[in-house]
Design a protein around this ligand. Structure first.
Ligand SMILES: Cc1cc2nc3c(=O)[nH]c(=O)nc-3n(C[C@H](O)[C@H](O)[C@H](O)COP(=O)(O)OP(=O)(O)OC[C@H]3O[C@@H](n4cnc5c(N)ncnc54)[C@H](O)[C@@H]3O)c2cc1C
Length: 464
């Protein structure tokens, strides 16, 4: 059969790939997207969205326990884990259907199958019906990533889970060990701990959520401990002895190894890029520690081959993948493309309390040689936070003392994942402290704390 020719072939239909395909189609290209598993990729099916659906259930459960505080009564608070999971899977399914609809609406051809790149400009797709050959001047690689498996700590789906198992759990953990306190690890720790699992988190670095500002990590840790979690920092899980109904973990901390028993372990020790089996080495693509090396325009160095999203490295976030997808489509269409600025991409973690940040931490800004002005504002000083029953939290801002540039913003507390975008826009518009101080924030809102934090950096705070 003759090869089908397109203007653009996109491999992988995650938030990188499907967004690139839609934008390219909008710009008049004839586009095909190849996907081997689910439209929407990890994000919609096994990542961002189903985790948030599960966390919403645990949040409502938590609030039901607090009903009395709000003058309400709820009897016999309980949960049905299968129903919680069913809802989460339903939300993912709905989102996947949405992507299918959007691709159809934009006249993007979808082929379900496994893609390889046998030569420049050529893609071979193994489908259920056989092999399809495709050609195009441009190919966008958006094959994403999967959970990292460390030797001895491999997920088996029985007692040791990856994020995929933790999203469709075969049982409710009673004693849970979470290895790794990055966003994925701490979100699952938060979910299962809230539902009643005795949860221990082991983190190899010196603090939980190690990429966050140290003060925010410390604040979050205090809340996790208050909620009953055991947090072990500067600790390493060396070995897991697996039995039918338990796992014995050998944990090294302070030069000593101790053993602790759990009935379930979630391994959340990072991700690796899906670079294998595509033919990338033969094409001359450079791969560094499982990620494709690109320039700021996502060009791989092989003519007409681009890599976006998780396969192209950190930050491993859906919005970074989508932004790169749009950028690459516009670049191919000959438009003015805007590369992603990693320090302007916000990171959000939907644990309880939520954590969100953008830009440099205070320590990083100082390390880079900036003289900084730092502002802080606690949730307890905000009327809306107190009215919501959410007085625990902190908003911290870091400014360049010389220019007034907002170098970083760091938040912990209720709804901060929604608030952070205010500062992201500020950074995109290259806002100074003056603009932020002159902005009128609506009352009563949590966003007023963003204002107060800036005012505090310049010794003008009102409500503290
Ligand atoms: C539990 C969890 C929670 C997360 N929560 C968040 C969050 O709250 N916010 C956030 O921003 N990010 C979150 N992420 C990260 C986010 O999911 C990823 O950054 C995002 O999915 C990356 O998008 P992508 O398009 O690069 O790749 P993916 O979403 O991984 O999509 C790649 C697609 O390519 C397909 N594919 C791979 N190889 C081939 C091939 N050879 N042929 C055909 N198809 C192929 C795969 O099947 C997959 O569908 C989370 C991740 C996990 C695991």
């Amino acid at each position: 059969m003759a090869a089908k020719n397109f203007d653009l072939i996109v491999i992988g239909a995650g938030p990188g790939g499907y967004v690139a395909a839609i934008r390219a189609a909008q710009l008049g290209m004839n586009v095909v997207v190849v996907e081997r598993e689910n439209l929407g990729g990890i994000c919609l099916n096994w990542g961002c969205i189903p985790t948030k659906a599960m966390l919403r259930s645990s949040e409502v459960f938590h609030l039901m326990h607090r009903a009395k505080e709000f003058g309400l009564s709820v009897e016999k608070v309980s949960y049905d884990l299968d129903a919680v999971v069913k809802r989460s899977r339903g939300v993912a399914k709905q989102m996947e259907g949405g992507v299918k609809h959007l691709l159809k609406k934009n006249k993007v051809t979808v082929i379900m199958g496994e893609a390889t790149i046998p030569a420049k400009g050529k893609v071979s797709v193994k489908t259920e019906a056989g092999t399809e050959e495709l050609t195009a001047k441009n190919i966008v690689l958006a094959t994403g990533a999967r959970a990292r498996n460390l030797p001895g700590l491999e997920a088996d789906g029985a007692r040791v889970w990856s994020y995929r198992h933790a999203l469709v759990p075969p049982h409710m953990p009673k004693k849970l060990l979470v290895i790794g306190s990055g966003a994925i690890g701490i979100e699952f720790a938060s979910f299962y701990n809230t539902l009643g699992a005795e949860t221990t988190v082991v983190e190899v670095m010196d603090r939980v959520l190690p990429v966050e500002d140290a003060e925010i990590s410390a604040f979050a840790k205090k809340q996790f401990v208050k909620q009953g979690m055991v947090i072990m920092e500067k600790a390493t899980v060396k070995q897991l002895d697996r039995a039918k109904d338990k796992v014995t973990a050998h944990i090294e901390s302070g030069g000593k190894v101790e053993t602790r028993e759990f009935d379930t372990v979630i391994s959340a020790v990072g991700i690796v890029g899906n670079t294998e089996g595509l033919g990338l080495e033969a094409l001359g693509v450079t791969i560094d520690r499982t990620h494709v090396v690109t320039d700021e325009y996502c060009r791989t160095g092989v003519e007409g081959l681009y890599a976006i999203g998780d396969i192209a490295g950190a930050p491993w976030l859906a919005h970074k993948a989508s932004h790169e997808g749009v950028m690459v489509a516009e670049l191919i269409a000959g438009k003015h493309a805007h590369p992603v600025k990693p320090e302007s991409i916000a990171g959000c973690t939907y644990c309880h309390p939520q954590v969100a940040s953008v830009g440099y931490t205070e320590a990083k800004a100082k390390e880079l040689g900036y003289t900084v002005k730092v502002g802080k504002f606690p949730f307890i000083g905000n009327g809306k936070a107190v009215a919501l029953g959410e007085p625990e939290g902190l908003i911290k801002t870091v400014f360049d003392a010389k220019t007034g540039e907002l170098l970083g913003a760091h938040m912990v507390g209720a709804e901060v994942t929604e608030l952070i975008q205010g500062y992201v826009i500020g950074r995109q518009l290259e806002t100074t402290e003056e603009d932020l101080m002159n902005t009128v924030f609506p009352h009563p809102t949590l966003s007023e704390m963003m204002h107060e934090s800036v005012l505090d950096a310049y010794d003008r705070v009102i409500h503290m």
